[in-house]
Design a protein around this ligand. Structure first.
Ligand code: 5RP
Length: 229
């Protein structure tokens, strides 16, 4: 991790802290920017921050526990005031690619439980079109995953390698596999997102379109660019 990236994430995380009211129910996604928010929350309150949080990954849950944040289950009744989460790409309409950390499914569930979704990331994640710098993570069930991949390739996705960690496939917290799908450079992404979601064997995809309320993008100098829709 380079120093400018750290500075940028730190600046975005500090700005996110201003969006978290004491005694509120919040959602926490996954990734380095979110984990920095957790550290800053603990610092702000000298341990045991007075917030309850639904956590989108086992790692985030562990870190939140260690920081003294009370865990919150999504029980069908609780609405979260705000969800804070990172992103791998951010477009000018606040469309996102997420899932670089393999947590996209639970992240989408947590974000969907919140009234507002605030993105914490770095300005270097800005793109003109989603898919410019990386593949779209798509979470698929293990059974018949190669057939699922064939169906995805029939949608115009140009490549869809299985995500691996060394020799072993990456398995998500929910026990699924990930295909990093290369998106076509042109065409309607919302229509493609709907087609991916409707593909048999697909559980969820990492396109978060029309979900974010605000993006806090840290600069390498420690400033923050705020994007809203
Ligand atoms: C995990 C995610 C992360 O939010 C995304 O990968 C950004 O992580 P980081 O803040 O470490 O760059 O979507 O599934």
């Amino acid at each position: 991790m380079t120093e400018p990236d750290q500075l940028a994430r730190d600046a975005a995380a500090r700005a996110a802290l201003e969006r978290i009211e004491p005694d509120s129910a919040i959602g926490l996604g996954s990734g380095r920017a979110v984990w920095r928010v957790i550290e800053l929350l603990a610092e702000r309150h000298g341990g045991a921050p007075p917030v309850r949080a639904a956590c989108a990954s086992d790692v985030t849950r562990t870190r939140a526990d260690e920081a003294g944040i009370t865990a919150l289950e999504l029980d069908g009744r609780t609405r979260l005031a705000v969800a804070i989460d990172g992103a791998d790409e951010v477009d000018p309409q606040l469309g996102l690619i997420k899932g670089g950390g393999a947590a996209l499914l639970r992240e989408k569930i947590v974000v969907s439980a919140a009234r507002r979704f605030v993105v914490v990331a770095e300005t270097k994640k800005k793109v003109e079109r989603l898919g410019e710098t990386r593949g779209l993570p798509v979470e698929v069930v293990r059974f018949g995953w190669e057939d699922t991949r064939r169906r995805l390739l029939e949608l115009g996705i140009t490549d869809a390698p299985l995500r691996r960690d060394g020799d072993a496939p990456v398995v998500t917290d929910e026990g699924h596999l990930l295909l990093d799908c290369e998106l076509p450079p042109e065409g309607d992404l919302a229509a493609l997102a709907a087609a991916i979601k409707a593909t048999v064997g697909v559980v969820e995809h990492g396109l978060f379109l029309g979900m974010a309320s605000e993006a806090l993008l840290g600069t390498p100098e420690g400033g923050v660019e705020v994007l809203r829709v």
